[in-house]
Design a protein around this ligand. Structure first.
Ligand code: 3EB
Length: 330
């Protein structure tokens, strides 16, 4: 994957996308900087400011020790608060919103997903930043249960029920990854704005909302990527070794990673973007088995030199998939 030199130009009249960066820093310092919309820590050891709605601890461990934090920053004054179970921040026409649901309070996985999405939908109806561009879902023990009773499929059912017609005009880009942090915890957070983005599909992959019945009663509602309103960034959904609708290279993490990188290149081409990622394109690689982490790291070092990649321990929503990549292409 070649290095690129072109930078994406901001379309005049539309708000520049939030900057997304990883940094070795104290969350408190980052929260104190002007324009900080959100700060993410990774793993059980991440210590931040639990009273600040902009601080979010992702329930996934990073293989980097110590792990960096992730920052979302805009050139605007920031407001923040709580709305029922939703915590939020906004500024410059951008909105961060997050919710955590304990499945025991919601009658299980499906109920928790329904509750989380209904709460986010209700909150969004009070806001002017109505266009949800990107969503992340972190789900406990995502592959437990067989066939239609698999927890990821229950999540898809509950998500669709909670959303109702909220995404009738089109799905945002999304990630859905499994964690083992706490077996009852569902985490969902999103980035929304005032202006609509452009959903991008991957010609190598069946659109997820058209997946055939074998993958569950409810097709997963997400776009492969979202071109941000000013066309200055592409938000890339969780991307794995899926070709058409089938998982490929079962049992071979290296081949799956190569297929994933091919999918990412196809996505950039489909979005009409120059090929390749660079130092401004923060990615995350989710690796199912800790024993594969070094291998994945070595391959990414070689294939994506200089690209900030956070290596995370996470389960992909289909059992046979061993690795997935998401992130941003600025
Ligand atoms: C796939 O390609 C992998 O349910 O929101 C990737 C990104 C996947 C988002 C979701 C699922 C989701 O089908 C799985």
């Amino acid at each position: 994957m070649v290095q690129r030199s072109e930078n994406l130009q901001v379309q005049p009249g539309l708000p520049r996308s939030p900057r997304v960066t990883y940094r070795m820093a104290d969350p408190g310092t980052a929260l104190d900087e002007p324009g900080t919309l959100a700060v993410f820590g990774f793993g059980a050891g991440a210590r931040g400011h639990d009273g600040d709605p902009r601080w979010f601890r992702v329930a996934l461990e990073s293989f980097d020790a110590p792990a960096p934090i992730e920052l979302w920053q805009v050139d605007a004054e920031i407001s923040y608060g709580h709305h029922d179970a939703v915590r939020w921040s906004s500024g410059g026409g951008w909105l961060f919103a997050a919710i955590e649901v304990d499945e025991r309070d919601a009658g299980g996985m499906e109920g928790a997903a329904r509750q989380a999405y209904a709460a986010l939908r209700q909150f969004m109806s009070t806001r002017s930043e109505r266009c949800v561009l990107r969503i992340w879902n972190y789900i406990a023990n995502i592959n437990d249960g067989e066939d239609d009773a698999e927890r990821y499929k229950q999540f898809c059912d509950g998500r669709a029920a909670g959303l109702d017609d909220f995404f009738a005009e089109g799905f945002p880009a999304a990630t859905a990854i499994g964690h083992h942090h706490d077996k009852h915890l569902l985490q969902v957070y999103l980035l929304a704005g005032i202006d609509t983005g452009t959903a991008v599909e991957n010609p190598r992959q069946t659109s997820a909302w058209r997946y055939p019945r074998q993958y569950g009663r409810t097709s997963p509602g997400f776009a492969r990527a979202m071109l941000m309103p000013a066309q200055d960034a592409l938000a890339i959904s969780g991307t794995a070794a899926v070709v058409g609708h089938a998982s490929t290279h079962e049992g071979d993490v290296e081949a799956q990673l190569n297929e994933t990188l091919t999918n990412l290149e196809a996505l950039l081409a489909s979005a009409d973007m120059p090929a390749g990622f660079d130092t401004h394109s923060p990615l995350k690689a989710y690796v199912r088995h800790a024993t594969d982490a070094t291998r994945v790291w070595e391959i990414l070092q070689r294939r994506l030199p200089g690209v900030p990649v956070l290596l995370m321990h996470g389960d992909v929503c289909r059992r046979e998939l061993l690795v997935e990549i998401d992130g941003w292409r600025f």
